[in-house]
Design a protein around this ligand. Structure first.
Ligand code: ADP
Length: 484
């Protein structure tokens, strides 16, 4: 491969291009008019504007992207995450046009893109599943009967759902009808597919996922777990690897289960198998994401592997250069997603001009971002500005470095999840490892954060005052009086 086009924007476009460049391959960026001055555009060897700001007029225009790729003699397309990355038709078209798709085959994307098809594909492999049904349901009476059998609370889920959307918790039988109707109509409008199904609502789960990697020679490995239980709106904000709760035995079992899931859909490349882990450390298969995951850096750090490099090598038909027994966990890594959102106002998007944008650097700090000071944060796309990743020999060291990095990250012009991150990394429950997906509901409130911010400001004021008084003392000429 001599030239790779990255069909994405923001931090992930830049992150992918860095590896492509490191491998001696030329990079092509595509961009919308809103991203004309974005770092991924400046970084690329060639860049082509593909349309207007809304994604469906630019980053989702598969045919246009393929046309650009052909015109520029591109041999591979990397889709990043989001946008076209899980679009099986696009993956097929890329290949039909003689361009290498840096991702799994369209069959795997299609099967795993539907939660129901995914359950069906893995059912013969002995993978533990969340109790529930494995087909779409529309009949309310039948749904009530099933819910009673499983036991309330239940979760009504959209088969085509993603990004934490299309889920409804139902506590009582009398609410089944209403919630089911809502879930179906929501799924129809959000995903164009109204299929919903029922799962047991696991009370206090942790979200633990396994990174897998397969080549085209029949080798499938797992690269251990990521803990992603700190979520808001069923969406991850803080991730880490490894997880503090997995014993070697469970890690091995989950890893083996993930490998089986990948094999069940003839997976090729890097993928993620998501599980829920209950209080008794039973794990259940949730779904598989057939792309590079946002939180992949924590796995890169603890394994020493570059996952984008592995994806490209696998796409070139190369054999994995290592086996399961060669892989070891080294150290600990934590990640904070820095969203342009207001943690004091229900995590509402906060777009605008990045008046000030100063990033931290230092030992054990990795920053994957796609923004610069003076740039506008557009309303059209996912509001993630950056991923702050820190690592250390121990979890404690990684957390300390994270707190240092957060304190040295300055953003003005938009609100961000940085103060929320500080709240999490300082919190007793997080530090002790004793938390689940309800961390935000159980411990977090805007008032608490506000209180912490105020206390800190007071403390900073006191420190400044102390320093001022000390400086005054030093300036004082012996025997003279201090001027008030
Ligand atoms: P999506 O595809 O939208 O990300 P997932 O099935 O991956 O949906 O679930 C996202 C999150 O929703 C999980 O990490 C977990 O917090 C919660 N969740 C999903 N299924 C269940 C369940 N059966 N019981 C409890 N929580 C669940």
């Amino acid at each position: 491969m001599k030239k790779i086009l990255v069909a994405n924007r923001g931090e992930i476009a830049l992150r992918v291009m860095r590896t492509v460049q490191k491998m001696g391959i030329k990079t092509v960026a595509v961009f919308s008019v809103a991203d004309r001055n974005a770092p991924h555009v400046k970084f690329a060897d060639e860049a082509v504007c593909i349309g207007e700001a809304p994604s469906n007029e630019s980053y989702l225009l598969g045919d246009k992207i393929i046309k650009v790729a052909k015109e520029l003699g591109v041999d591979g397309i990397h889709p990043g995450y989001g946008f076209l990355s899980e679009n099986a038709d696009f993956a097929e078209k890329v290949e039909q046009n003689g361009i290498t798709w840096i991702g799994p085959g369209s069959k795997a994307i299609r099967v795993m893109g539907s939660k129901l098809a995914a359950k069906d594909a893995v059912k013969d492999y002995g993978i533990p599943m969340v109790p529930g049904i494995d087909e779409a349901i529309t009949d309310v009476e039948k749904a009530k009967k099933i819910a009673n059998e499983i036991g309330f609370p239940i979760l009504i889920k959209a088969s085509a759902g993603g990004g934490g959307k299309g889920m409804r918790i139902v506590e009582k039988e009398k609410d089944v009808e209403d919630q089911m109707k809502r879930a179906i109509s929501e799924a129809e409008s959000a995903f164009g597919d109204g299929s919903v199904f029922i799962e047991k609502y696991i009370g206090s789960p942790r979200h633990i996922e396994i990174q897998v990697l397969s080549d085209t020679h029949g080798n499938t490995l797992h690269l251990f777990e990521r803990e992603c239980s700190i979520q808001r709106r069923h969406q991850k904000v803080v991730e880490e690897a490894p997880s503090v709760v997995l014993t070697e035995e469970i890690r091995k079992k989950m890893g083996e289960a993930a490998v089986k899931v990948a094999m069940a859909c003839d997976y090729v490349g890097a993928g993620t198998v998501e599980f829920l882990l209950d209080e008794n450390k039973n794990f259940y298969f949730l779904e598989m994401n057939t792309r590079l995951q946002v939180e992949h850096p924590v796995t890169e750090i603890i394994t020493g592997l570059d996952l984008v490099e592995q994806q490209i090598k696998v796409a070139r038909g190369e054999k994995l250069e290592f086996g399961q027994e060669d892989l070891r966990i080294k150290g600990h890594a934590v990640e904070l997603r820095i969203y342009a959102e207001d943690p004091l106002d229900n995590f509402m998007p906060s777009v605008g001009l990045l008046e000030k944008y100063r990033t931290p650097a230092g030992e054990g700090i990795r920053l994957d971002d796609g923004f610069e000071e003076g740039m506008e944060v557009p309303i059209y796309y996912d509001p993630m500005l950056a991923k702050l990743i820190t690592y250390g020999k121990s979890r404690e060291e990684a957390i300390q470095r994270m707190l240092y990095a957060i304190n040295n990250y300055e953003v003005q012009g938009v609100m961000t999840t940085l103060p929320f991150g500080k709240f999490v990394f300082e919190h007793e429950a997080f530090r002790s490892g004793n938390f689940d997906t309800h961390f935000v509901k159980n411990y977090y409130s805007a008032e608490k954060l506000q209180q912490e911010i105020e206390e800190e400001a007071k403390l900073a004021g006191l420190i400044a005052l102390k320093k001022y008084l000390e400086d005054q003392k030093q300036l004082r000429v012996p025997g003279s009086k201090v001027q008030e």
